[in-house]
Design a protein around this ligand. Structure first.
Ligand SMILES: [Zn+2]
Length: 427
């Protein structure tokens, strides 16, 4: 067995108990699966000599594995051969129709093999699964994590079992089936699918990619922070805005900046703003009321990727917001659809509703004076727009197609009418 180069141990986020890295350890035995999620700790003193700007500048690997020293993988041949990471970070300089901060950037994670940020976590989890030598992997998901796992399992030739709510967007369910995974379309909620998947993995010995209970997922998602730091010339932005459902992505972003702080590669952690849908706001409520954990709730929002009644990674998510001096913002479905429409029609970026939530949250935070107008802000876009056709239909309801016969006169007439109508609407 190849040894880890720099990984020390796993540590419980609540009680601090430390565990050896072992696939049978998912969460702290004292604190349980909800409160006892685990961080992967590194030997930062030794790591500092092997990781930093000078070393990265020499690297040509355009994937998350350029950060291999700071990822929990022993065997460099373990990652599945699907490129993940180094998604574009670019300035959003188009007119967005509101008073946006001067330095507004997009981290476009929709450009991943399965179309979402989840590929970062899957890449690390699947590399771990291959190191351990499993034959079957499983996950419960609102859709994106599942389609991501199905993608990687296909390439790795592993059996894949997915638990997803039957109500998940059709495109996501199709992705899963197209990649050959077994899809259990649960006639219930995501939270029920999650519990069923946990029990099935326990009974049948499948490798479990469920969010929060697999400590390696946060390590994959932390590469968002590492990339932003590198793409900005090895520095952190002032603010990063992230959509939040279970809390795994926001917790991972925080962990990435924490690792950089521990290595003295940044002077401080940027403020992290978590955006939840107002119909799925268990974490925002807990943060606002100063609670240590979320109260029971019943989630409902069109942003299916962040529709979660019972956030599984709530301890890491609350820690990320509190310790970065950040905040939670809630936005309603109408604001999310408007943000989706602005991104698509003014910035040329097609995202699913959850991925539009950061822009809606940014508008809200600016209106309330919660972000300085001269701050450098990064919006994280987590999922591609074609994953949810119904939401695109709603967002595009005001721009119906012109029905015409194949005749040039009809085309000219229809276009003239439309021009007159648009001019009337605009002024
Ligand atoms: Zn514990």
């Amino acid at each position: 067995m190849v040894e880890f180069s720099f990984v020390k141990c796993l540590r419980c986020v609540t009680c601090g108990a430390e565990y050896e890295i072992d696939e049978s350890v998912h969460t702290c035995s004292t604190c349980g699966p909800l409160l006892g999620t685990l961080d992967v700790l590194y030997d930062t003193d030794r790591l500092a000599a092997s990781f930093g700007p000078d070393i990265l500048k020499e690297r040509t690997d355009p994937t998350i594995w350029r950060y291999h020293e700071i990822l929990p993988i022993r065997d460099r041949s373990a990652p599945v051969a699907i490129p993940v990471g180094m998604t574009p970070l670019y300035s959003l300089d188009s007119a967005l129709g509101f008073n946006a901060p001067k330095r507004l950037l997009i981290k476009d994670d929709t450009r991943h093999p399965s179309g979402s940020t989840k590929d970062r976590a899957t890449a690390v989890a699947m590399a771990r699964a291959r190191e351990v030598g499993v034959s079957s992997v499983a996950a419960a998901s609102t859709g994106n994590a599942a389609s991501s796992l199905a993608t990687f399992a296909a390439r790795a030739d592993l059996a894949c079992c997915i638990f997803a709510p039957a109500t998940a967007p059709a495109a996501k369910l199709l992705q899963i089936r197209a990649h050959g995974a077994t899809l259990l379309a649960i006639e219930g909620t995501y939270d029920q699918a999650f519990d069923l998947c946990m029990a099935t993995c326990e009974r049948l010995g499948f490798y479990n990619r469920n969010t929060a209970v697999n400590p390696f997922l946060s390590e994959g998602k932390k590469t968002i922070a590492l990339e932003i730091w590198e793409q900005l010339g090895f520095r952190a932005p002032d603010v990063i805005v992230v959509p939040v459902g279970d809390g795994c992505i926001v917790g991972g972003v925080y962990k990435g900046f924490c690792d950089l702080l521990d290595l003295e590669l940044i002077p401080r952690i940027p403020r992290i703003i978590g955006v939840q849908a107002s119909g799925s706001s268990a974490l925002a409520v807990a943060w606002r009321e100063g609670l240590e954990r979320c109260k029971p709730s019943q989630a409902s929002t069109l942003a299916d990727s962040i529709c979660v009644s019972h956030p599984r990674d709530q301890i890491k998510a609350l820690r990320a917001i509190r310790e970065s001096d950040g905040l939670f913002i809630t936005v309603d479905d109408q604001a999310i659809l408007e943000a989706l429409s602005i991104l698509a029609s003014k910035a040329g970026i097609l995202v699913e509703p959850a991925a539009a939530a950061p822009l809606a949250g940014l508008k809200e935070a600016l209106a309330k004076g919660q972000i300085e107008s001269d701050a450098e802000v990064v919006l994280l876009h987590t999922g591609h727009g074609l994953k949810d056709i119904d939401a695109l239909q709603k967002a595009s309801a005001g721009n119906r197609p012109l029905s015409v016969k194949p005749d040039l006169e009809e085309v000219a007439e229809a276009l003239t009418k439309k021009r007159v109508k648009d001019a009337g609407q605009n002024g």
